[in-house]
Write a protein that binds this ligand. Structure first.
Ligand code: FAD
Length: 264
């Protein structure tokens, strides 16, 4: 497989840097081809602004959605964004690796998504009408490809358990896994999360590294999270609400969008 790893940590000698090296080494040992987008090292520009749309006249109001659409359609996106889009089209699998910062991805990685997931490429794809709400959530430009997260967190695993005070990790990562990766079509694999990392030491590293190697060995075969596909009839059109008869009784929130039956 061809694998793109997008790395968002400012320090190559960090724990994240060490885990990245473990992942890449194992992927290459398995015969996969790996490309890395190292956002801090590359000086990635994270904010969406006028500089992204050089074709926009100086007195025109910047409407990011419209500007993104036009730039994508006319091949006028900036070169850094075009390069990342080419890498995404090249890769069979995408890995986003980052430390959990304020229960989310670091701003530089969010800015990579904001700029690279352009209108017409990652959203605004397919027919939008009263009969169909586009190609998304299981369909889209990146369908047939796999994606997964590698995340390090200072907090304890218990604190991220279903009754943990931080909220369940699957809930916290839902906007990324479902909203960013599943939306344009990726099959999203369960995340690889390392907890309590600020107390980490040499002795703790090897077991974690081995767990990560195993996830890299099974990148092509791990079952994806069974999110419901938007256009398979589970959702009403145009409200896009899940049909009343679906979902476990009492289920609410993010969990509703899992097709538990499909996972069994
Ligand atoms: P590092 O700081 O590089 O290393 C962590 C530990 O691992 C250190 O003890 C280091 O000595 C050791 N280590 C590093 N490399 C190795 C190696 N090769 N072998 C053995 N040991 C090694 N945490 C949460 O849970 N939730 C949050 O919302 C959250 N928000 C944060 C917000 C900010 C702005 C910041 C700075 C931190 C936040 N944290 C949060 C903590 C954060 O998630 C962790 O600090 C981060 O995941 C650690 O990853 P790192 O790569 O920076 O580790």
């Amino acid at each position: 497989m061809k694998v793109l790893l997008v790395f968002a940590h400012p320090e190559p000698r960090s724990l994240n840097g060490a885990l990245r090296d473990v992942a890449v080494k194992e992927l290459e040992a398995q015969g996969h081809e790996v490309l890395i987008s190292d956002l801090y090292a590359d000086g990635w520009k994270s904010e969406v602004d006028r500089a992204d749309f050089p074709g926009l006249s100086p007195d025109a109001r910047l409407v990011p959605v419209a500007a993104s659409k036009k730039a994508f359609e006319t091949n006028a996106l900036t070169e850094d964004v075009k390069t990342e889009i080419e890498k995404l089209l090249w890769a069979d699998a995408l890995i986003l690796q980052f430390p959990l910062w304020w229960f989310a991805m670091p701003a530089i990685l969010k800015g990579w998504v904001d700029r690279v997931f352009a209108y017409g490429f990652a959203y605004g794809v397919g027919e939008h009408s009263d009969k169909r709400w586009g190609d998304r959530y299981g369909e889209g430009t990146l369908v047939g490809k796999r994606a997964m997260l590698i995340v390090t967190a200072g907090g304890w695993e218990d604190h991220y358990s279903p009754r943990g005070v931080n909220g369940a990790i699957d809930d916290l990562l839902f906007p990324i896994n479902h909203g960013i990766l599943y939306y344009p079509g990726y099959d999203v694999l369960p995340p690889f999360v390392v907890y309590s990392v600020d107390r980490f030491n040499e002795a703790g590293f090897e077991p974690v590294a081995e767990r990560l190697r195993e996830r890299m060995r099974t990148l092509a075969t791990t079952a994806p999270i069974p999110y419901r596909r938007q256009n398979d009839g589970d959702y009403l059109i145009p409200s896009m609400r899940l049909r009343a008869e679906l979902g476990d009784p009492g289920a609410a929130g993010f969990e509703l969008h899992l097709n538990r039956g499909a996972a069994d």
